[in-house]
Design a binder for this molecule. Structure first.
Ligand code: NAI
Ligand code: A1CAB
Length: 283
């Protein structure tokens, strides 16, 4: 059997933000045919599903019968519902699955053991933590495989996520930390961008000018790290003239214990992933 992702039929169980990000990324990179992708949601003819069909040309369904058919026909089932909806979703999937298919979960905190426990069958399970930048091919995904995943299936899953960004294979126990760092990470970056723009506006700039300067600053800084290979701490020191403006700003951040707060925030996200995961299947 071919490992190539383009030949696979993929059913996304849950048609929310991350499912759309993955679909858009795969289609943009021509790693999937729209006719091989189905986006399945709860509820009948929702406006969201119709929009997804119109925008991407994919198959969509919120109707239990056609949802079942799309799942049964699929090679890969991407579980993309909120943690709170996982148990119900897995119980709906259970009678429809066979061992030649592969489950690819993107759910924060949900362990391979919990998935296997709810399904009560030995399916190949891939646990991942992508992020929404996958939409534009700049995703960062952490990935771990259950013992049942064959080498071929690993290649298929890796190809899927490599086509929309970088992929890092990790021990499953690290995936909650991956969630804190890169799964939730884009939100921290957007938050910083919001603050930088707002400060520019407060200083007297118009919104557009502040936003243009902010976006280019983030793009430039990320590219500097990637293209020079230099340590961010060294690059930071090069911006920071002794007793200059940057030092003055960093002193204020230290006064507000920004580093400590930020570190706590990321670790709290990881903890939260574990907490959410622990509630699944314990009803
Ligand atoms: N949004 C993000 O940046 C990321 C999210 N994730 C994970 O992806 C999962 C989904 O997150 P989002 O896309 O943000 O959520 P979302 O709320 O946008 O989408 C979830 C979708 O699942 C549907 N759904 C719920 N129960 C269902 C069922 N039984 N059958 C079919 N569809 C059902 C809902 O109607 C909703 O459209 C979460 O578990 C989250 O941890 C992972 C990485 C990044
Ligand atoms: O906020 C959340 O729970 C999800 C997981 C990673 C990003 N969004």
């Amino acid at each position: 059997m071919s490992a190539s992702i383009i030949e696979k039929r993929i059913a996304f169980y849950g048609a929310g933000s991350i499912a759309e990000a993955l679909v858009r990324g795969l289609l943009a990179k021509q790693k999937a045919w729209p006719g091989n992708l189905s986006l399945l949601n709860r509820g009948g003819k929702s406006e969201r599903l119709q929009n997804l069909r119109t925008t991407y040309g994919v198959r969509v369904s919120g109707n239990p019968e056609s949802k079942q058919r799309f799942v049964q026909e699929a090679d890969l089932i991407v579980l993309a519902v909120k943690p709170v909806d996982c148990e119900t979703a897995l119980l709906e999937l259970k009678p429809l699955l066979n061992e030649n298919q592969m489950i690819v979960s993107v759910v924060a905190g949900l362990t391979i053991e919990t998935i296997e426990g709810i399904l009560e069958m030995s399916m190949p399970v891939v646990r991942t933590m992508p992020n929404t930048s996958s939409t534009i091919g700049f995703g960062a995904t952490g990935i771990a495989f259950s013992e049942r995943v064959t080498d071929h299936q690993q290649q298929t899953a890796l190809e899927m996520f490599e086509s929309i960004g970088t992929v890092t294979v990790v021990e499953e126990s690290l995936l909650n930390v991956v969630t804190g760092v890169s799964g939730s990470g884009p939100a921290y970056v957007y938050f910083l961008m919001e603050q930088l723009t707002a400060a520019g506006v407060q200083g007297g700039m118009d919104e557009e000018t502040a936003r243009t300067l902010t976006v280019q600053t983030f793009l430039g800084a990320a590219q500097m790290v990637q293209l020079t290979g230099e340590d961010p701490a060294d690059l930071r020191r090069k911006v920071t003239s002794p007793n200059g403006t940057t030092q003055a700003a960093l002193d204020v951040l230290a006064e507000y214990r920004f580093a400590e707060g930020f570190n706590r925030a990321v670790l709290r996200a990881s903890e939260r992933a574990a907490e959410m995961g622990a509630t699944i299947g314990r009803k």
